[in-house]
Design a protein around this ligand. Structure first.
Ligand code: MRU
Length: 353
């Protein structure tokens, strides 16, 4: 499985996903500004992956700070936090990473600044390794809903490339495949940035998982023909009521699934659930530049000067979602808000196939 991101001798090596599948190239990020640039320019993308990149960026940013006291160190680090938070608004994992690193520093405020810097590097590595394990656990819970012979549709890339490895939506797919289930994946191409065509199709082919690419507008026809058994997608931020923000087009896919009686699953680490947001209406939605819609790989496909809307994510209301599969188990959207409570009776809340 191809590596999305790693730290080698204090340098962040980021796979440039903007040029996949044509070229496999790693960009060396030696400071946090380069990491921030990578997140903004989609060299790295996918909510968990940018959470990991942000953790590593914080460690790189802290390394440059000269201040010797805890308070002045934290004050300077605030610029690093703000820069990373300003890169992309929808994925909650950047906020999650910043909060995790702040908590670590506050819990260790009695230590020297040199020790704190080392702690940040160790923590960033832990964030990466934990993410891979979390995805494998999501995979085991999600695999329960996949039967031998199933065809699974997915949208965007919530695969190995969108995470530290293994993937969220591809977690259950990978476990099912490894268990020998004869499954097939349908990958929506996912305009405008084509994460489905360029990334999901590519990474599944790398691992010999059967995948068929479709243009986004083909999903309904396949469902009508009875050729889809279930859908699994990822999320950039899910609200406490189970409303799911994910790549534009996810909502349309969920509505189509409802119409055809096809289960619609969302696979995500709990770090992508924003329990502070009551509903999806509160989730900030990124809008991006027109060139992503008017151009494909440098080739212009629309009249010069045409007005464009490029909304990067949509919100799928909880009523369209069968279950949200996390590392704690699979839950109906309406019980999601309960899993964060210290006394949560997870076993009773878990959805069984
Ligand atoms: O704009 P992107 O490519 O960062 O959007 C990514 C998605 O929408 C993914 O489906 C989502 O982050 C889940 S990734 C595990």
């Amino acid at each position: 499985m191809v590596k999305t991101i790693e730290m080698v001798d204090g340098v962040v090596m980021m796979l440039d996903q903007s040029i996949l599948p044509h070229e496999v190239n790693y960009i060396e990020c030696r400071d946090y500004l380069k990491v921030a640039e990578g997140i903004k320019k989609l060299w790295i993308r996918g909510a968990p992956a940018i959470g990991i990149a942000a953790s590593m960026g914080i460690a790189l940013g802290a390394r440059e700070i000269k201040s010797g006291t805890f308070d002045s160190f934290m004050k300077e680090l605030d610029t690093v936090f703000r820069t990373l938070l300003a890169t992309r608004p929808t994925a909650v994992n950047i906020h999650w990473a910043v909060e995790r690193m702040k908590r670590l520093l506050n819990d260790n405020r009695q230590r020297s600044v040199a020790e704190l810097k080392q702690l940040l590097f160790d923590e960033a590595e832990r964030v990466l390794q934990e993410d891979i394990e979390i995805n494998k656990t999501i995979g085991r819970y999600g695999n329960q809903f996949i039967k031998d012979g199933d065809t699974i549709i997915t949208h965007c890339n919530a695969g190995s490339l969108a995470t530290g490895g293994y993937g969220t939506a591809t977690g259950p797919i990978r476990v099912a495949f490894e268990e020998g289930k004869k499954i097939q994946v349908i990958a929506d191409e996912t305009r405008p940035v084509l994460q489905g065509a360029r990334l999901t199709a590519w990474e599944l082919m790398q691992d010999n998982i059967p995948v068929t690419l479709i243009s986004d507008n083909t999903a309904g026809a396949l469902m009508q023909r009875g050729e889809i058994d279930l859908a699994i997608v990822g999320t950039d931020r899910t609200a406490a009521n189970g409303d799911v923000a994910n790549k534009i087009g996810t909502y349309s896919l969920a509505v189509l699934c409802k119409e055809h009686g096809i289960p619609f699953y969302v696979a995500a680490p709990t770090s992508s659930i924003d329990f502070s947001m009551a509903t999806g209406a509160e989730i900030p939605i990124e809008e991006r530049g027109p060139e992503e819609v008017t151009n494909i790989f440098g080739c212009t496909i629309a009249p010069k000067g045409v007005r464009v809307r490029n909304i990067a994510f949509d919100v799928t209301p909880a009523k369209y979602i069968t279950a949200i599969i996390t590392e704690k188990g699979a839950f109906r959207p309406e019980t999601l808000h309960m899993i964060d409570k210290a006394d949560a009776k997870l076993e009773q809340l878990r959805l069984k196939p």
